[in-house]
Every structure is written in C-alpha cells, then in structure tokens.
Design a protein around this ligand. Sequence first.
Ligand code: GDP
Ligand code: IMO
Ligand code: MG
Length: 419
Amino acid sequence: MQTDVLLGLQWGDEGKGKIVDVLTSNYDIIARFQGGPNAGHTLEFDGIKHVLHTIPSGIFHKGSINIIGNGVVIDPIIFENEIKSIDKLDMKISELLIAKKAHLILPTHKLLDAASEQAKGKNKIGSTLKGIGPTYMDKTGRNGLRVGDISAANFKDRYDKLKQKHIQILNFYDFDYEIWDLEEKWFASLETLKKFQHIESEHYLHKALKEGKKILAEGAQGTLLDIDFGSYPFVTSSNTITAGACTGLGISPNKIKDVFGIFKAYCTRVGSGPFPTELFDEVGKHMQKVGNEFGATTGRPRRCGWIDLPALKYAINVNGVTQLMMMKGDVISGLDKIKVCTHYHFNGEKINYLPFEANDGLIPIFEELPGWQEDLMQLQDLSDAPQSFHDYIRYLEKELETPISIVSVGPDRKQTFFR
Ligand code: GDP
Ligand code: IMO
Ligand code: MG
C-alpha cells in the first residue's frame, strides 16, 4: 500500500509538472490534491510543450489513471479549454476521473477575486485572478457548489442564490463588471465536465490501495504559498503541504510513504510578498532570461534570487520530505560564483530559521561557492557534469540533510538524471 506525494518547496513553479510526468510510469494513479487553475504545470516531450492547469500531469501516459481530487477547485471553462487543447494533440491519454467533492469556481468568484485585489491597491496579493480565494472562502464558509451537485434538480437555484450573494458583495466593492457572457459560457462548459466519470475519490483510492496500487499525489503551488505556513497573507488559499494531500484526497497520513520535495537551484516568486534573497541586478536578470521565468498561467515575469536554505529547511520539515529533486541547475551555469543564503540578520541577530515576522526585515547572509561555465543542458550523463556542479549538489544535500534523488538540467523529459 503506497502513496507518494510530490510537491513544491518554494513559491511554486519549481517544475512539478515535469517531474510528475517523468515519474508517472512508476505509478497506477496520479491525483492532484489542491489548488486550481492558478497552477500552470509545464511538460515537454517529443517536441511538444504543454501546460496543464487543473488536469494532473500524468495525463499523457496511457494506462495510468488521473484523478482531480476533492481538494481541487475547478473552473469548468478552463477545464473545457484544457480538454480541447489536449484533444488537439491527438495523443493516447490516460483515463481522467473527477472527485464529486471538488468545488466549482463560479464566474462571480473570479469577479470577487478581481474586486478584492483592486480594493487592496498596492497591498494586493498579486493573485492569478482565477477566483481561487473566493472559491475556497465559500468552501470553508459552507456555501460552495461541488461537482457532485451539478446534476441535482436544484442546482440552478443554488447557483442563483450564491450568485446573488456574490453580487451583494461586489456592490460593496463598487466594482464594475459584466457577467452575462461569462455565465453563458460557464453553463455550456459544465457539459464537458459532465462527460467525465465523477467519483467518490476517497472510496476509490482506499480500494486502489487495498489492491496494492501505487498512487502519486501531485501538489500545486509551493510550501511558502501554503495558507497556514506560507508568507501570509501573500499566499494562496489551500494547504499546499503534505497534509493537504490527506485532506485533498481522503488518504490517511499513515498511507503516505515518500514525500518528494522539488526546488529550483535558485529561487523564484511570482506575485507580491516577501522574498529575502531576491536579486535586482544582472544575475537576477540572467536567471529570468535563461530560465525563461515567466508565469505559465499569467505570463507575468517571475522575480528571481539565490537559493534560501533556512526557507528550504523549513519546507522540508513541514512536509516531512524524504527525497529532494533539484531543478533548473542549467540556468545558473556561466556565473563565476553561486551564492547560498545560510542565515538571516533579523533584529540585530543572526538566525538560521524562518520567523513569524518573515515578511519584514530579513536580511540574507550568503555563503559563496564556485560556479561552473559548462552548458548542462547538453549533458548525457550526470557523471560528466563539472566538479563545481557536483559540489553544489553535495553541499545542499549536507546542509538540508536530505538526499537529492533527481537532478534536472532542462525542460524536456530526457533532461532528467536519477542519482
Ligand atoms: P510547476 O508549476 O512546478 O509545474 O512549474 P512550471 O511549469 O510553472 O515552471 C517550470 C518551468 O521550468 C517550465 O517552463 C518548465 O518547462 C521549465 N523547466 C522544468 N525543469 C527545468 C530544468 O531543469 N531546466 C530548465 N531550463 N527549465 C526547466
Ligand atoms: P504552480 O502550481 C506560482 C501565487 C500568485 C499569488 C498567490 C495567490 O504552477 O506552481 P491565487 O491566484 O492562488 O490566489 O494567488 O499565489 N500563485 C502561484 N505562484 N505558481 C503557482 O502554481 C501559483 N499559484 C498561485 O502569483 O502570488
Ligand atoms: Mg507553474
């Protein structure tokens, strides 16, 4: 009986989609456990580049089963577009099942997201404007509509009631909006959602585990965006951590074996909020340009900076990471020095942990390591990598007290090494 969890340790976009795709052949079931179309998970193989938002990243492996779990919030319009763009590829894909308990993002949730951001002005979260916050608010406020409700006779009534409530809040915001077009599309796109089998994912997964099937739970966003443990309030509205896989799928903690924590060899963040190691110089620009650091969902430029060890250690502890995966090592090739943040200066003290006050006044303290010049994207074998790259990996393993089992040096499936 085995469930492994794969999730991001930084502020998202670590390369989760790529690695889930690489690992899918080892699993029977791939299940997304939280988040929604705020996520953009990029896969590259056979000359194809594809971005998934709601659909798990195992979809391109026929034979596996992909599940959208109850912890996910679904925008039927975006879901329909995802299905259409997968259909266009004309590939054999795996079976896709959807949890009845997954909540729906309504058109008015998106408007509320935009209205709330507008009202916050320069203190805005930098949300993806996909309606994530308002949908999870209705979930915890016990007002939400779920996939399993779509076929109920009173679905339209319940929809109208919730919409009216949203409109009252929108009036409070004094926010200009146009909903009718969006609403028509939304109801039409429910038809696509209905074509898929809706399941009680907790029963389905319990049975699968009993039958000895292997499950990989796919996270979205990253640990520092977690609603409880991230850089609140600059976070998303779900639990992005390992515990989120339990509540987002209905799997108990004792069924979880390995936790794969993914991180970039440097660090990025899209949207507002603290980022102690952020760079505003040529090195930051190098990371952004070479790493093509532009959001897969919104196209916004991602802020870039050096790796942050206290933040990574925090993420490893919160998640119980058993194996690390280091992504995008190729991007920091060609630099003379690699910097690693080992501590912070905070209130006149040197500290090695992420404090509650992390949103303000953390000044990073760096250690310098030698860089490497070689283009890692061309590597055929990890043993041919330059010595300073191996040294960087070993240094991180020692500091983080966790093995790095995968090293990625390019966006393609093939540019992946197991250690
Ligand atoms: P996710 O949200 O964690 O799935 O990550 P994203 O897809 O949003 O962002 C990761 C980006 O980096 C995508 O454009 C990937 O194609 C790309 N990528 C993944 N791994 C590597 C790597 O090792 N090197 C380079 N250069 N790009 C990578
Ligand atoms: P993946 O799964 C990076 C960020 C937004 C914003 C904050 C809140 O691709 O790694 P939200 O729309 O959730 O209310 O936005 O979270 N954010 C992400 N940043 N990767 C993501 O997902 C993200 N999903 C949300 O930029 O700062
Ligand atoms: Mg992404």
